[in-house]
Design a protein around this ligand. Structure first.
Ligand code: ATP
Length: 510
């Protein structure tokens, strides 16, 4: 009962499945597609909307001190000067002269560090197998010469990279690549250009004037729309610290290398919440929100082994502490959500650049100050990918057949139930429609009468429908139906007026 094959094969299957079953299509596919842009199909959009709703309710509905916002994608260009994005929202890029492929220079080094880390792990695993019960991992790590050599190498390169990035010494970044003999995975050569900074913001023209003064940017994060509205919301909502503003919306980044399907796109969606707090309390709130966000993820029942917390040592220009929640994707553990202590960096910068006070009058302390901010920021598309990849299962059944099933957490599933008349005759379709009409205002339902009942079950397994309700001739006699549950495939016979009682427990947000 498990997925077979390499993670790469499984990931390819998941991408093909997402297309075949109407979850995700390549953007502009009929024109051979636009790279790093994707469209969500009929089932994808439902899953995406359900994830948004799960997030929005947990933020805005369940916390009286958090309110929502929907700010414009276009913002005054000075916003990006103040936020530091014009100067600092860069990634270092480097080209291989032979393959002409472009890379993020820091990614090349990080991949290399990962390989060294893998070598250390291999040594430890090998020794653990050899020494079995008497194996002392710590002692082994401290005394094995190969492990020590690799560990030292990892920490010295990590340190060098950190310093080079902080001081914007791109020649030093390139030196690491050359000295460590890090080659292009495509050409195999180490023939590199200089490393250069590349700004990730997209720009465009606003309005019809041609004097060059009308350059605007597509926002690279939704957070700045929250910061510039801090005072509007605080005053109009008479909010007291601590309070939060939540927003879901599109963001755009001209990523140097966009790969891994919807993991890294040039147009994507973020769900961000900025929590405004008293200066000095921000690290406590950072811990609080880290724990809240982990709970939010784990309540979906995907399994703890899929999550890992990473504390940043390389901080963004605005942060004084930060965590990532990483998720185990088929291509390894990668960032899913960031939880950042942004200090008063953004509000102070906007205050300075706009000349407008962005302060809070604290009635208890009887003084005004610029609040500090703790942010939670999750990529909606990455969350979608996390759910899609974790729920994709290929199962061998007892009768020897195979099924592909998306075990999506039921409350997030695109359709909650399918209502299936066994045949197209004898009034069964009408009975099925009566049931749908009774339930469709509360749940996304799907009616299907084509093909055998087995085929229809398989189709609904493939899109993750948690319940299939079958209407047969017995229904006409005693008003009972069969409810088949997706994961166990168990069937129970219940009265039509008890259907909701059986299904609702697993389908509602709580
Ligand atoms: P990464 O290191 O993967 O580039 P980041 O640290 O730049 O991500 P943040 O600026 O913290 O990301 O953005 C918050 C969240 O937005 C991320 O945790 C991620 O889920 C999502 N995100 C960022 N960039 C992209 C992208 N290009 N495509 C899809 N989602 C993204």
């Amino acid at each position: 009962m498990s997925n077979k094959g390499s993670s790469e094969d499984i990931f390819k299957k998941i991408i093909a499945h997402a297309k075949e079953y109407g979850f995700i299509f390549q953007s502009s596919e009929i024109y051979d597609g636009l790279s790093a842009a994707y469209d969500y199909g009929q089932f994808g959009v439902e899953l995406k909307n359900n994830i948004k709703e799960y997030w929005w309710r947990s933020m805005v509905q369940y916390n009286e001190e958090i309110v929502g916002l929907d700010s414009a994608i276009f913002m005054h260009p000075r916003t990006w000067k103040a936020s530091g994005h014009l100067e600092a929202f860069n990634d270092p890029m480097i080209d291989n002269k032979d393959s002409k492929k472009r890379y993020r220079a820091d990614d090349l080094i990080e991949d290399y560090l990962e390989k060294l880390q893998g070598k250390v792990r291999k040594e430890v695993d090998k020794a653990a197998r050899r020494f079995k019960g008497s194996f002392d991992e710590q002692h082994f790590m401290e005394t094995n010469p190969r492990v020590i050599r690799n560990q030292e190498k990892i920490s010295s390169i990590t340190q060098r990279l950190k310093q080079a990035l902080e001081n914007e010494q791109l020649d030093e970044v390139r030196n690491i690549i050359v000295e460590e003999n890090i080659c292009c995975p495509v050409s195999g050569s180490c023939n590199w250009t200089d490393a250069r900074q590349f700004n990730l913001m997209f720009s465009t023209e606003f309005g019809a004037t041609a004097d060059g003064d009308n350059k605007v940017y597509l926002r690279p994060e939704t957070a700045q729309g929250i910061f510039v509205n801090y005072l509007n919301v605080q005053k109009s909502g008479r909010m007291k610290l601590p309070f939060g503003i939540a927003q879901i919306g599109k963001a755009f980044r001209n990523e140097i290398v966009a790969r891994q399907f919807i993991f890294r796109m040039r147009e994507f969606e973020q769900m961000e919440m900025q929590y405004f707090v008293q200066p000095g309390t921000e690290l406590e709130w950072l811990e609080y929100w880290k724990n809240q966000r982990i709970k939010w993820h784990q309540a979906l029942g995907i399994g703890q082994e899929h999550y890992r917390i990473h504390e940043h040592d390389k901080l963004a220009h605005y942060a004084n502490a930060a965590y990532d929640i990483e998720f185990k994707f088929p291509f390894g553990f990668k960032e899913l959500e960031g939880i950042h202590s942004r200090t008063d960096f953004d509000l102070s910068a906007h205050q300075q650049h706009s000349g407008k006070k962005l302060q809070y009058y604290d009635p208890d302390k009887k003084e005004s100050y610029v609040p500090y901010v703790v942010e939670t920021s999750i990529g909606l598309d990455r969350m979608f990918l996390a759910i899609l990849t974790a729920s994709f299962k290929e199962e061998k059944l007892e009768d020897g057949s195979q099924r592909t099933v998306l075990k999506i957490p039921p409350m997030l599933a695109p359709y909650k139930l399918a209502v299936l008349p066994l045949t197209k005759k004898d009034g069964l379709p009408q009975k099925a429609k009566d049931i749908i009409n009774n339930l469709k205002y509360r749940y996304m339902c799907h009616y299907e009468e084509k093909d055998s009942i087995g085929k229809r079950y398989r189709r609904h397994d493939a899109i993750g429908t948690p319940y299939c309700i079958t209407i047969d001739h017995q229904t006409l006699d005693d008003h009972t139906v069969t409810i088949r549950e997706r994961d166990t495939m168990e069937q129970v016979r219940v009265k039509t007026d008890e259907i909701e009682e059986v299904i609702k427990k697993r389908l509602t947000f709580h």
